[in-house]
Design a protein around this ligand. Structure first.
Ligand SMILES: NC(=O)c1ccc[n+]([C@@H]2O[C@H](COP(=O)([O-])OP(=O)(O)OC[C@H]3O[C@@H](n4cnc5c(N)ncnc54)[C@H](OP(=O)(O)O)[C@@H]3O)[C@@H](O)[C@H]2O)c1
Length: 336
């Protein structure tokens, strides 16, 4: 099989290699990948920022979809020919997260999706919605499930609620689509007016350019009559203060990302005065993945793919993500 292996940290450390195709063992399936998608985490992983001690060589990328081409002994629920995507955490099947369940994520430490084939656990190979192409299904495992977890897993948003999503990347565009499908109003921020127009076309009820309005928290409050019920917080250290301004009394901030850094000052008085709940979100379980797929199928939702690259141009795809030039998801198509 062909795979991009990370042999030393940094984009220059990626090399395309011919390596032996693995054979599925007990409870495993071999998937011929048709598409993979990028997440910001993949970039952090490749650069050695996510975990400097990650053992190399590593096939990066957590997200991909393809067809089951071989099954190991003990596999009972999947067959050759099934269309599946890999669950980000191969061992988080259901229930609350634990240290053990969150240990075996694809694309580090488990071998990932920037390859023609991947071994998955049977329980971690999730059947994909029938109306989605492989390219569309490849966007679901990390960004889709994270947005789903943030909005619906615990204390689901309700019709008429207001939600804030930051930027127009993968997690945020899924959150926009899911929240609109659930009948919520959605405010979208972006550095780009052109991207904000695209977000409006996807259903954004209000938009703010965060470069033009650096104190956008107050603007969110003005636009939503007192603040949003839920913030999908992907900015991290540089955005949390504004999110605390933007959130309504009694609202919640789903802490997901680190786009503007991981460590910063936290204005604790806003948290207590407004009785705000901060909830960490770490992708999600297979159970959440299946719930999300049912909603995607019922609403015939189509993931937002902004750019597509062939397998051999994977480096270009990663550089596009690095420059934040994309909208929604970046997909890599994989031929045998
Ligand atoms: N906790 C988890 O389980 C989990 C899961 C998935 C992702 N994440 C994290 O969530 C974040 C987003 O991931 P992603 O894959 O959706 O990223 P992405 O697709 O690369 O999205 C990046 C976009 O966010 C916007 N952005 C960049 N810096 C920003 C800032 N300082 N403030 C507001 N928006 C900013 C930009 O959009 P505009 O050009 O429109 O401004 C940029 O294009 C990352 O930090 C990632 O590591 C965490």
């Amino acid at each position: 099989m062909k795979a991009f292996q990370l042999e030393s940290f940094g984009l220059d450390g990626l090399a395309m290699r011919d390596i032996p195709t693995p054979v599925p063992g007990l409870g495993q399936v071999l998937v011929a990948l048709k598409a993979a998608s990028l997440n910001y985490r993949d970039l952090l992983m490749i650069k050695g920022i996510y975990d400097k001690r990650m053992p190399l060589p590593l096939i990066p990328l957590s997200d991909g979809a393809g067809e089951v081409v071989a099954i190991g002994s003990g596999v009972t629920k999947l067959n050759v020919g099934d269309r599946v995507a890999g669950a980000f955490f191969q061992s988080w099947i259901a229930g609350p997260i634990t240290r053990e369940k969150s240990r075996y994520s694809l694309g580090g430490p488990r071998q990932g999706m920037l390859a023609t084939h991947v071994l998955l656990d049977e329980a971690g190979a999730v059947p994909i919605p029938s109306h989605l192409s492989y390219a569309e299904a490849a966007t679901l495992p990390c960004a889709g499930v994270t947005a789903w977890n943030a909005l619906f897993a615990d204390d689901p948003i309700k019709p008429g609620d207001s939600v804030l999503v930051q930027g127009t990347g993968g997690v945020s565009m899924f959150a926009l689509q899911f929240a609109r499908a659930a009948g919520a109003n959605v405010v979208v921020t972006s550095s780009s007016n052109e991207k904000l127009e695209r977000a409006k076309a996807l259903g954004a009820t209000a938009t703010i350019n965060y470069n033009e309005i650096p104190n956008w928290g107050a603007e969110v409050r003005r636009l939503t009559n007192g603040g949003v019920d839920c913030v999908v917080e992907v900015g991290g250290a540089g955005t949390l203060k504004q999110s605390l301004d933007a959130v309504a009394y009694g609202g919640r901030i789903q802490v997901i990302g680190v786009l503007s850094g991981a460590v910063g000052e936290i204005p604790t008085t806003s948290i207590l005065h407004k009785a705000v709940r901060l909830q960490g979100i770490y992708v999600g379980s297979v159970e959440m993945f299946n719930s999300m797929n049912r909603a995607i199928e019922a609403n015939k939702l189509l993931p937002v793919i902004g750019s597509t690259f062939p397998f051999e141009n994977a480096l270009e795809a990663l550089k596009l993500m690095e420059s934040a030039g994309h909208f929604g998801k970046i997909v890599i198509t994989i031929e045998p």
